[in-house]
Ligand binder design. Structure first.
Ligand code: ADP
Ligand code: MG
Length: 693
């Protein structure tokens, strides 16, 4: 395989554009892509024709406007290129069909922001993310808005938030004598996932309907030996990963790192970072391709945040930074951050933004699935804090305490302790794996995202709140004579004011939760409790100020998030009820019946044959079945009383009544599984699921 040759072969990328477009058109398109210049509509016809010719040469017969509605998934509707001419057809894509598409918006969630009689939705081309050909269709990345201009997708607010950063960051840079055309945010999303056997998966109703196991007794060997992380890849997994890379590369997705993760059957893929909207599109495509390639190998890729209890869940690390079109990374501390006022100011802006808007940052990653990774029993607490590492941490301490900063340069050189070994340069920050928001050298790594998340959500918030802090700083600094000292004064003031959000110790340790409470940091344990902060005026106004959401849009989105959560828990509860009633109770009852006949048979032979084992099992299992029946009744009653349309009360009921009842049912069921003969148990066990590949 010639990787450089096949990389991006399915993408209408820069090289193809250059080759297929007239020079002037190419230049105009690149100006839009690279410096955010408004698209010159007159070039659309030429671009469309070239795109179509290229796509047809790749075997495409259709095109689709590809968008990301508020379901969090991607959506596509395919139109063929054909246009009748007499009794023949020609293949055609007009400029208009490239730029805008119309689509009935009424079947996509809108959170009440749009009445159904105004159901027109428009998809509009996003030229900054490249089009590609997949399975005979040309995919054109688009945004999705309503007739009245309200955003109906995840992409348009993301682009708006990137715009906000661009505008405000340039003001800050200008004050320090740096001019550039554009500041973009960049993201590298590390993607975790599980791979299991399709045969086992097919026999688990819960996995198929909800993406996670609702029941399942723990396996005797979990992750305690810590032998899976970075372990040797099993042949079937290695083959899958090789195929995956090949597919990803063909779509221009720069898949770079792959390895086994901590939990059995868990793996990770990390791409090289790119501009945020492209990174989002690529991540959506990556998840889809992972599922598809796994199926081709007789495997199933699970992207749920917590497919299995008792072992690690899956997340997505959102590595985030900002850089100029000429390659300057705004989060690069340089060799002497203490003397780098611009860097300190940017750092202060991020720290301030994260502290001021912890609530919406937390809410941006809140989903039913992610609740199992954040704040629940086995997970780290869902408290937002910032980790800066020893070096920057000491710098910030010195600023806050008004002390001189003393660097210890030798601490930045490492050695493995034998004289022959080279001295290697150490990163300025150690890895703190327990921090939700960690500075890692020249970027921040936001680690609270769930594995299935559309990465737009947290990036919309991050970009917006940082742009807002930049705006405040720029307002204050512009017109000042001595920018350096004014900026240093802002750093000192803001770092003092937001010092509470910085935590450089173990975020998983038991001391952190009470300490965070003392500091007044937010700690929302589930989606139902986290999302309502989005209705607070302060949290709406920041989006309005930065031109990312109108008030109505912000409220609609929070409503959709709660609605989505409520629907998911409802599906999980109904699935669990069905499994319990149709499979588990009958199976256990059959097993009890067979134990009873064994006892009867033994007694018939000779009543001195011991039957204590059977009797004991019969008593226990029959008891569990009764207990389960009574919990089923309770759960059905609670579900029956929930009015799904009332999102606040419904989501509260799901979190605080339905989930605890499901937990109780699970405890009973898992106890039954442990003592029921394997032949009778209706589902593959955790062992079957985790160790069959
Ligand atoms: P780790 O496993 O230590 O967290 P990885 O190397 O797996 O690190 O992933 C780091 C991710 O950060 C990669 O996707 C990488 O491309 C990305 N990254 C590096 N620099 C930047 C940057 N300036 N902006 C955004 N992401 C970045
Ligand atoms: Mg990471």
């Amino acid at each position: 395989m010639n990787v450089p040759q096949m990389f991006g072969e399915n993408v209408f990328n820069d090289a193809v554009q250059k080759e297929t477009l007239p020079k002037e058109v190419y230049k105009a398109l690149r100006a839009t892509i690279e410096s955010g210049k408004q698209l010159d509509v007159s070039i659309a016809g030429t671009v469309a024709a070239a795109m179509k010719d290229w796509a047809v040469s790749k075997g495409a017969t259709h095109y689709t406007h590809w968008f990301q509605p508020l379901t969090g998934l991607t959506a596509e509707k395919h139109d063929s290129f054909i246009e009748p001419e007499g009794d023949r057809v020609i293949m055609r894509l007009t400029g208009k069909s490239l730029i805008v598409g119309e689509s009935d918006a009424s079947s996509f969630p809108s959170g009440g922001s749009r009445s159904t009689f105004m159901a027109r939705g428009y998809t509009a081309w996003d030229p900054t993310s490249p089009a590609f050909v997949k399975e005979g269709t040309l995919y054109i990345p688009t945004v999705f808005v309503s007739y009245t201009g309200e955003t109906l997708d995840k992409k348009s607010p993301l682009l708006r938030s990137m715009n906000a950063i661009d505008k405000q960051a340039k003001r800050i840079l200008k004050l320090f004598g740096i001019n550039c055309k554009k500041v973009s945010t960049t993201v590298g999303p590390e993607q975790e996932y599980f791979i299991i056997s399709k045969e086992m998966y097919d026999r688990r109703k819960d996995l198929r309907l909800t993406g996670r196991t609702l029941i399942g007794a723990p396996v005797s060997r979990g992750q305690e030996l810590e032998d899976h992380y970075f372990g040797v890849l099993k042949p079937a997994i290695a083959e899958f990963m090789a195929d995956l890379d090949k597919e990803l590369w063909s779509y221009g997705i720069p898949s770079k790192t792959k390895h086994n993760e901590v939990a059995p059957a868990q793996h990770e893929m990390a791409p090289v970072f790119s501009t945020t909207n492209t990174a989002v599109d690529m991540n959506m495509l990556t998840m889809e391709i992972m599922r598809k390639v796994a199926k081709k190998h007789g495997l199933i890729c699970l992207l749920h945040e917590k497919p299995f209890r008792g072992i690690n869940g899956s997340g997505k690390h959102n590595n985030w930074s900002m850089s100029t079109d000429n390659g300057f990374n705004l989060l690069d501390p340089g060799p002497a951050p203490e003397k780098n006022t611009l860097f300190k100011l940017i750092l202060a802006a991020v720290v301030k933004a994260v502290d001021d808007y912890q609530g919406i940052l937390r809410a941006s990653v809140a989903t039913a699935g992610n609740d199992h990774r954040l704040g629940a029993n086995e997970a780290p607490p869902a408290i937002i804090s910032v980790y800066l590492g020893d070096h920057l941490g000491a710098l910030v301490d010195s600023i806050v305490k008004g002390e001189d900063f003393v660097t210890d340069k030798t601490s930045l050189e490492g050695s493995i302790g034998v004289p022959e070994s080279p001295i290697f340069p150490k990163d300025a920050t150690d890895r703190n794996r327990t921090s939700p928001f960690a500075f890692t050298g020249n970027k921040f790594e936001f680690r609270m995202l769930g594995s299935q998340a559309n990465v737009s959500d947290p990036n919309i918030v991050l970009n917006t709140i940082v742009a807002d802090a930049f705006e405040q700083f720029a307002d204050e600094l512009e017109g000042k004579k001595d920018i350096e000292s004014a900026a240093n004064a802002i750093c000192e003031r803001e770092l003092k004011a937001h010092y509470r959000i910085i935590y450089n110790l173990d975020g998983y340790g038991p001391e952190w939760e009470p300490e965070a409470a003392k500091r007044g940091l937010l700690n929302y344990k589930n989606t139902a409790d986290a999302v309502p902060v989005c209705f607070e005026d302060k949290n709406i106004q920041v989006f309005v100020r930065q031109g990312v959401y109108t008030k109505a849009e912000a409220i609609a989105r929070a409503n959709i998030q709660l609605e989505n959560y409520t629907k998911i828990i409802n599906i999980e509860a109904l699935t669990l009820l069905e499994m319990a009633k149709q499979d588990i109770i009958p199976a256990v009852s059959d097993y009890v019946a067979s134990l009873c006949s064994n006892v009867a048979a033994k007694q018939a032979v000779n009543d001195s044959i011991p039957c204590n084992t059977e009797r004991d099992l019969i008593m226990k299992l029959a008891g569990y079945n009764d207990e389960l029946s009574s919990l089923i009744g309770k759960l059905e009653d609670v579900l029956g009383g929930i009015v799904m349309e009332e999102v606040i009360s419904a989501s509260q009921a799901m979190a605080h009544s339905v989930i605890p009842l499901m937990e109780q049912m699970r405890t009973v069921i898992d106890s039954m599984e442990k003592i029921t003969a394997a032949d009778y148990w209706p589902y593959p066990s955790y062992f079957d699921l985790l160790y069959s590949v």
